[in-house]
Write a protein that binds this ligand. Structure first.
Ligand SMILES: [Zn+2]
Length: 184
């Protein structure tokens, strides 16, 4: 008979069986940070999920387990998989596998969302890069007498366009009016 206490590599974390109670991956922290950022709250940009309670390695994908005595611990994906197999706990193996598959799906979804956002940003940049707005703002800046409202307006439009922010219809209307006036 094998002594369960020595055969179980996780014995120091608590007695078996173990139940997978949660998985937190890098993408979860990225999403959480984005939510905090948009709410104007403070967040850390350190994406590390701490260290593995079993091997001490820094981990990004955190697998949280509860031991039979209620003790909770967190390990990395490698240790989670290794121990599940070593314990021969088929439910634990399945749980870890399922969590890793879910993680892969999240990565793919995040990549697709990022690609979509990049594509949208590119088309917006292309629209804003349309030289007519900058040319018009530059023309007004050249034509307007220094210190006038028209000159100030031209500078603010130039700055806005440099920041890739679109002109409003009202701004376009005023720009056309001031250019016409400056040309008189
Ligand atoms: Zn580990």
């Amino acid at each position: 008979m094998t002594n369960q206490a020595t055969a179980n590599p996780f014995a120091h974390l608590g007695p078996a069986p173990y139940r997978l109670i949660g998985v937190e991956v890098t993408e979860d922290r990225v999403a959480n940070n984005a939510a905090l950022a948009s709410a104007g709250k403070v967040f850390t940009t350190n994406m590390c999920g701490g260290s593995c309670d079993h091997c001490g390695t820094a981990i990004w994908n955190v697998f949280r387990f509860r031991a039979a005595d209620g003790a909770k611990f967190k390990v990395g994906a490698d240790c989670a998989q290794k121990v599940a197999y070593e314990l021969g706990d088929s439910k634990m193996v399945d749980d870890v596998k399922r969590a890793q598959l879910a993680h892969q799906r999240k990565i793919r979804a995040a990549r697709a969302a990022k690609a979509k956002a990049a594509k949208l940003a590119k088309s917006v940049r292309e629209i804003l890069a349309n030289p007519q707005w900058s040319a018009a703002a530059n023309a007004l800046a050249d034509a307007a007498a220094p210190g006038t409202f028209a000159a100030q307006f031209a500078v603010s439009l130039q700055q806005q366009l440099q920041q890739a922010r679109a002109l409003s219809p009202k701004q376009v209307e005023l720009l056309a009016k001031l250019i016409a006036e400056a040309a008189e």
